[in-house]
Design a binder for this molecule. Structure first.
Ligand code: HEM
Length: 144
């Protein structure tokens, strides 16, 4: 189980990041060009949310099977990162992605929809970028 889930979780990061970037650029373009909020904008935010929730599910299962999740071991930086920092920050980011979609759907004008989608998704992107164990991060994992 662990051997399959880790590469899936690692690969899914790219789907989450690509969809998040697409939503950010699309909503920024919508704001600048003042175009109307279309079905494709709605679909893109739906796909972004589905990818995030799938990643959440895989992450939660990994949390129970990973050797890097341990309680009481506060000296190992890698253990602390995956037990506390990575998981907490990613859950917060996924809450922001969910809010981006829900609140944008509730927006009364197209500008309000685009603005909410843009701001909440941008915050999520920044958090995710900081919490991913990039090959160049202090706690590092491969690109794929
Ligand atoms: C957008 C959300 C997330 C992204 C982009 C993400 C990304 C990643 C990446 C790139 C790795 C390294 C995988 C590798 O070894 O190559 C990783 C590991 C891990 N993630 Fe996440 N993650 C996310 C959410 C979560 C959540 C919500 C949890 C738990 C609640 C979680 C738990 C873990 C654990 C336990 C590991 C360590 C796996 C291991 O090497 O044993 N992740 N994550």
């Amino acid at each position: 189980m662990y051997g399959i889930l880790t590469p899936i979780h690692s690969f899914l990061r790219w789907a989450v990041l690509l969809l998040l970037l697409a939503v950010i650029f699309k909503s920024l373009h919508g704001l600048i060009s003042k175009r109307s909020f279309s079905k494709s904008d709605d679909k893109m935010s739906l796909f972004m949310m589905i990818s995030a929730h799938t990643q959440l599910l895989v992450g939660i299962i990994l949390y129970f099977v990973s050797p890097f999740v341990q309680f009481g071991n506060t000296t190992d930086k890698e253990v602390r990162f995956f037990t506390m920092e990575h998981s907490t920050m990613m859950i917060v980011a996924i809450v922001f992605m969910t809010l981006a979609r829900i609140l944008s759907k509730k927006g009364k004008t197209d500008v309000a929809k685009f603005r909410r989608l843009f701001i909440f998704s941008l915050i999520a992107l920044l958090i995710i970028f900081m919490a991913i164990p990039w090959p160049f991060s202090p706690i590092s994992r491969p690109w794929f």
